[in-house]
Design a binder for this molecule. Sequence first.
Ligand SMILES: Nc1nc2c(c(=O)[nH]1)N[C@H]1C(S)=C(S)[C@@H](COP(=O)(O)OP(=O)(O)OC[C@H]3O[C@@H](n4cnc5c(=O)[nH]c(N)nc54)[C@H](O)[C@@H]3O)O[C@H]1N2
Ligand SMILES: Nc1nc2c(c(=O)[nH]1)N[C@H]1C(S)=C(S)[C@@H](COP(=O)(O)OP(=O)(O)OC[C@H]3O[C@@H](n4cnc5c(=O)[nH]c(N)nc54)[C@H](O)[C@@H]3O)O[C@H]1N2
Ligand code: SF4
Ligand SMILES: [Mo]
Length: 679
Amino acid sequence: MQVPAVCPHDCPSVCALKVEVKDGRIGRVRGGDQPYTDGVICAKVARYAERQHHPERLREPLLRVGAKGEGRFAAISWDEALDRLAERLRTAVDRHGPESVWPYHYAGTMGLVQRAALRRLGHLAGWSRQRETFCVALSDVGWMAGVGAKRGVDAREMVDSELIVVWGGNPVHTQVNFMHWVQKARRDREVPLVVVDPYRTATAAKADLHLALRPGTDGALACAVMQVLLAEGLADRDYLAAHSDFSPAVEAHLMTRTPEWAAAITGLPATQIVEFARLYGRCKRSYLRVGYGFTRQRNGAAAMHAVSCLPAVSGAWQWPGGGALYSNGGLYGLDTRFLNGLDTVEPAARRLDMAQIGAILTGDAQALLGGPAVNVLLVQNTNPAVVAPDSLAVRRGLLRDDLFTCVHEQFMTETAKYADLVLPATTFLEHDDLYQASGHTHLQLSRACLAPLGECRANHDFIASLARRLAIDHPAFGLTAWQLVDRLLQGSGREGAEALAAAGWQDCARPFAEAHFLTGFGHADGRFRFAPDWSALGDDHAAMPTLPDHAELIDPPTAALPFRLVAAPARHFLNTTFTETPGSQRAEGRPTALIAREAGQRLGIADGDRVRLGNAQASVLLHARLVDGQLPDTVVVESQWPNAAFIEGVGINALVSARPGWPAGAAYHDTAIRVERVG
Ligand SMILES: Nc1nc2c(c(=O)[nH]1)N[C@H]1C(S)=C(S)[C@@H](COP(=O)(O)OP(=O)(O)OC[C@H]3O[C@@H](n4cnc5c(=O)[nH]c(N)nc54)[C@H](O)[C@@H]3O)O[C@H]1N2
Ligand SMILES: Nc1nc2c(c(=O)[nH]1)N[C@H]1C(S)=C(S)[C@@H](COP(=O)(O)OP(=O)(O)OC[C@H]3O[C@@H](n4cnc5c(=O)[nH]c(N)nc54)[C@H](O)[C@@H]3O)O[C@H]1N2
Ligand code: SF4
Ligand SMILES: [Mo]
């Protein structure tokens, strides 16, 4: 039997799936018929049977019996687990106050109901809140600064585009359906593909033009492109006057940002910048796919704003196949207050920065915002021992004797290994949920097609039973996930769950004029902003450029740390999800530092040598591969491998500092390092 489902993982594609189900097991997973998915999915989810039926799936609650982090546990019942957890929570709240409990959650499943489970309870209990800084904190701010609304042009429009630009993202790895639509656009026509990325990614390898710039310099490149457009008559001045705040002051500023100026910052030849600018200016129907990667820099918000100015200068927004897409996250307009437990309370608790979990758990007063130490950490949907910056500090924190950690997981992740209590979680094939997408425009429902494995519980079910133990009352805890989906849809003025299930999906794409912002950008005056109001987006914005620019906020290379590290996503993992499946492990090989051939030769490094990457925070030992297509001072490690996969058990995020970009947000690809050959 083939049943429909939706991929729950944190990927812009949010694919519709068709899953073969027989006798309680799944076979091959294929792409569904939903128009954007169009039958195409990635290899790692096609072989989801490996993950779903993995012998190491967690099946029962586990209580730590060994030392912290040692990984020795004994099975206990759910009743005992919930009793112990509730008791520990009550003690923490009595002794240290509700803010000593930190619910810590991220994007293991993107399903709206299951993802919000821990947040829902945390808000109602008055526990510490979480500032969500792993992924979109910098990119959102940069996009909102100019465009003012979190949506963009439908990628399916690329069949009308004259030019496709992928800026600071690697969709061959991170969003395979986007490449499917690129291929459709290029099948019968010569549509050039330009990729802006510090290394020759699998996406860049397909490009007609690859701009391999220095990480953290995208603002400079964007400004120089605008300079050429303005200087060479390729700007659309009528469009600028009608739809933006463009002014003589903006123009005078941009005229100083010449290709030669940008060449010195980006490391790109000025001639290549001019070549790209002319191509962009001449192809009016240019589609700009803006990635997240280039915003994982301390100047990420400024860089995003500068790049988002391009289709306003060229006027590309007006044309079919023209404009830009960063995320459609703001398209769906769902009212999530009830879902998040925010309909009855206005939580006043402090908001801890999730990326600073290392500093927070090790007692840094500033990171704790002057409040109490964290005494109970409740983890769901995330693996901070690997994915968070400064991972050695995270590990030190998790080892604290006085900290009680409970992890709700599908697998014994490195975070779970440090826990006192590990609870087994269902997969998306075992629970119901509703999905919206950042990379397309469809709302989709997914229903359980398998019984929960062993004693696994869905996020919502576990949290609802914990709420009952804690006597925290809210109508959400009395509803099933399906009923919550129904309530969410109807509470947002839509038809209910049954209707959506019958339809298969709902396409929420806006009509052309609205999707292209011809009826107005997201600001009150309807105009795109070259001069952003940063004060509306964060505090202490003095370091932010008042006009599109390169901001010197990055971790700069020095004589001692002359290289810049990009810790980019791997193709066959999804963050750390799939690091447990044999197919993905085989396809990825081992943690590898991609070093520019020229630099490697200078340092006497050969393919397969062991190299040590280091900075003031840590050092990481792994194997090297010499590559072409990146600047000599760029080093790339595709990850996120478990820490244990590295030669000394110290993973790549040990090198990444938790110092945030402005106004908040982890800077995963912004790290100055040294490189040493170990042999
Ligand atoms: N296979 C796979 N798919 C994934 C993920 C995964 O880990 N693996 N992760 C998922 C998640 S959570 C997310 S948020 C998305 C992310 O998807 P993307 O938008 O692709 O963003 P990133 O993954 O952060 O980075 C991708 C690219 O950014 C480049 N980059 C880094 N710094 C710079 C810079 O300064 N300038 C420029 N121009 N480029 C830079 C990197 O070299 C890398 O090629 O993908 C999702 N999909
Ligand atoms: N070096 C480096 N580090 C990065 C990044 C990078 O590009 N480079 N990217 C960053 C980004 S963009 C992000 S979004 C974060 C992602 O960080 P995370 O959100 O932590 O992503 P994962 O590592 O995939 O961990 C998700 C966990 O949730 C579990 N899970 C899945 N479904 C469910 C469920 O239904 N219930 C429960 N209880 N658990 C479930 C999975 O088994 C998995 O262990 O990583 C960040 N870290
Ligand atoms: S991980 Fe992304 S590309 Fe793969 S099936 Fe899921 S949504 Fe689609
Ligand atoms: Mo992410």
